[in-house]
Design a protein around this ligand. Structure first.
Ligand SMILES: [Zn+2]
Length: 197
């Protein structure tokens, strides 16, 4: 784990912590960072250059991806007014089933979709994919899974917990992003031990 940890966490939305965990844990191929002001954009861009990725930005977002043409393409898809939820989801590394489910629901319904999945996670006793606290950084995957039991999304969530558990003995858990990641792992790991599966 490298320069990604040097992002200016205090000046970025907490949800960026979930997205960067995705890069480190399950090879999330690109991220889209909402920008507050230009001094933040410059500091974010410096970190992204340092890790060997490229970036493209407009007034609203900075997109980071390994190749400059991919970063530009994602920014371009995101700006389109016509339906682009499926394509954008796939470019940002959502599993196909989850990207499709989000696209079917439509972009306007993203909050309602998150609320419904969260309620289904409660009902299933499977908290790993609960998206309701994503805005405060307490989530293991950076997208809305198609169900609490989606195998692809659960694989990503397990990878995220594994990444955090492996690092815990060696890092200062009182600093960001570790504090938030540690809290996400504690809150959202499977509580059932053995028995039903
Ligand atoms: Zn899925």
């Amino acid at each position: 784990m490298t320069g990604w940890l040097d992002l200016p966490w205090a000046d970025l939305p907490a949800s960026v912590r979930v997205d960067v965990l995705g890069i480190l844990a399950y090879r999330k191929p690109a991220i889209r960072i909402p920008l507050g002001d230009h001094t933040v954009a410059e500091r974010v861009a410096a970190v992204i250059t340092e890790v060997g990725w490229s970036h493209a930005s407009d007034e609203e977002y900075l997109v980071a991806a390994p190749l400059p043409e991919v970063a530009l393409h994602i920014l371009d898809v995101d700006r389109r007014t016509e339906h682009h939820t499926l394509e954008l989801g796939l470019l940002l590394g959502y599993p196909l089933c989850c990207a499709r489910a989000a696209a079917t629901a439509g972009e306007e319904d993203i909050d309602r979709l998150a609320a419904r999945l969260g309620a289904n996670c409660d009902r299933a006793g499977a908290p790993q994919l609960d998206p309701r606290d994503y805005p405060s950084g307490i989530a293991l995957v950076s997208y809305i899974a198609c169900s609490p039991r989606c195998p692809s999304a659960l694989r990503d969530a397990r990878a995220a917990i594994g990444c955090i558990d492996t690092a815990i003995p060696e890092v200062d858990m009182s600093t960001e992003p570790w504090r938030t990641w540690g809290q996400a792992a504690r809150t959202l790991r499977t509580r059932t031990t053995g028995g039903a599966s």
